[in-house]
Ligand binder design. Structure first.
Ligand code: PMP
Length: 436
């Protein structure tokens, strides 16, 4: 069933955006939120829904940049946050909820012998690179072409083609010599890159889901073997997949234990968070009393170890441990991916719903099979995907334009039926308008 409230009137969002353009560059503080024709201003959320300032209701498949696996404002999380707020918003000091959340990470994530909390996934990847450099004494970091590890300068190479180029201006010099990219699932490419940089590599970082493609098991085995044989660190960036695919995260699913893992999003239960975890020996130099000649700054920040985040994360993990969250979200996401695939076929559209677990990436007009993140970045029609998502807003469905959708525990079969029906209407519109 489609939403019965079709958002037609969005004049308040438009007006706020006009004002915002003289406050924020381009009217936003995060460029992906600059949706066309103007961002929808959200006023309130509830379970699977977001409500905008014009009183429109949307079923949300963006879910707070995939941080809200339980959906918006789940009762146990809201209760925990309210109760913590009464005791204090942040202490800037050690506190028990943060210790408990750290213990949960140690309990579940195979790589985690030690944890450091920070306020964002970007900080976590920054510290991961720094620890890898300190541990190995080497400078170079290898990353997957197209990989996004936050706004971290050390890894701001090749998020978009051309993959050997910096993603942004304003980086320190020669960053393109210390951060080198390889194609996901291309064995020869990574072997050649490792050989060409032998003895200079500090670490290799991979996010196993970007673009909706997955590294193959054989490729991950190869990365793990290369790291071990060559003496560099294997880093899984699980800011998205951490606790999303299971409490043991992606590494448990594939049976490979990296040296370091970055976490974020889900572990904060919708509140700001980042974390870095891994082998205890790698964290030795991060101790406050580490000798100055080896000390590594891997932590800090006014808002690290925030008790509000910790109680939200703990309440979320408790639900993940006790309710069929993974079963439910994965079943619905599979229904959505399958439903989109068969609808694309029926409508004669070259389209594919990529993704796994509760993640969905609609891709259009691919020039061939999409088998790696490189393919997902170079062979598909990103404009059509953006247009598809933004037109769904008019049908009462909210998603990240041209990027990852995700299903939350608050979604039901009805929401999947509804978004499939709306998607079919939008696909027909896009065909009529020559986008597909
Ligand atoms: N790593 C990955 C894989 C991400 O997807 C993101 C954010 N989407 C980050 C790191 C950065 O996290 P944050 O936005 O919390 O800084």
């Amino acid at each position: 069933m489609e939403q019965d409230t079709t958002p037609t009137e969005k004049s308040s969002s438009r007006k706020l955006h006009e004002d915002a353009c003289s406050v924020f560059p381009g009217g936003v503080s995060h460029n992906v939120r600059a949706t066309e024709p103007y961002p929808i201003y959200i006023e309130r959320t509830d379970g699977p829904f977001v409500y905008d300032v014009d009183g429109n209701l949307y079923v949300d498949f963006w879910n707070n940049h995939a941080a809200s696996l339980l959906g918006h404002t789940p009762d146990p999380v809201v209760d925990a946050v309210q109760s913590q707020a009464a005791d204090g918003l942040h202490y800037g000091a050690m506190n028990e909820p943060t210790l408990e959340l750290g213990m949960k990470i140690l309990e579940h994530v195979p790589t985690a012998e030690r944890v450091r909390f920070c306020a964002s996934g970007t900080e976590a990847t920054m510290y991961a690179v720094r620890l890898a450099r300190a541990y190995t004494g080497n400078d170079r970091i290898l990353k997957v072409e197209g990989g996004w590890h936050g706004a971290n300068s050390d890894l701001a190479i090749g998020v978009h083609p051309p993959f050997d180029q910096p993603t942004t201006h304003g980086l320190p010099p020669n960053i393109d010599e210390s951060c080198l990219t390889f194609e996901e699932n291309n064995h020869e490419a990574v072997i050649d890159l490792v050989e060409a940089n032998r003895g200079e590599i500090a670490g290799l970082i991979i996010d196993p889901r970007k673009g909706g493609t997955e590294p193959t098991a054989a490729f991950l085995e190869l990365l793990s073997d290369l790291a071990e044989d060559e003496g560099f660190l294997l880093i899984f960036d699980e800011v998205v997949t951490g606790f999303r695919v299971s409490p043991g995260s992606y590494q448990e699913r594939v049976g490979i234990t990296p040296d370091l893992t970055t976490l974020g999003k889900v572990i904060g239960g919708g509140m700001p968070v980042g974390a870095l975890c891994g082998r205890a020996d790698i964290f030795e130099p991060a101790k406050p009393n580490a000798p100055p000649e080896t000390r590594v700054l891997a932590g800090g920040g006014t808002f690290s170890a925030n008790p509000m985040t910790a109680v939200a994360g703990l309440a979320t993990i408790e639900v993940l441990e006790s309710e069929p969250v993974y079963e439910h979200t994965e079943r619905l996401a599979e229904r959505l991916r399958d439903g989109l695939d068969s609808m694309f076929e029926k409508e004669g559209v070259t389209g594919e719903a990529l993704g796994f677990s509760s993640l969905i990436h609609p891709a259009f007009n691919a020039a061939g099979p999409i088998e790696s993140l490189t393919d997902a970045k170079t062979m598909v029609d990103h404009q059509a995907a953006e247009e598809f998502c933004e037109r769904l807003y008019e049908h009462g469905y909210y998603t990240s334009p041209g990027s990852m959708w995700n299903v939350s525990f608050a979604h039901t079969d009805e929401h999947i039926d509804g978004v499939l029906e709306a998607s079919r209407d939008v696909i027909r519109e896009l065909k009529d308008d020559g986008h597909l």
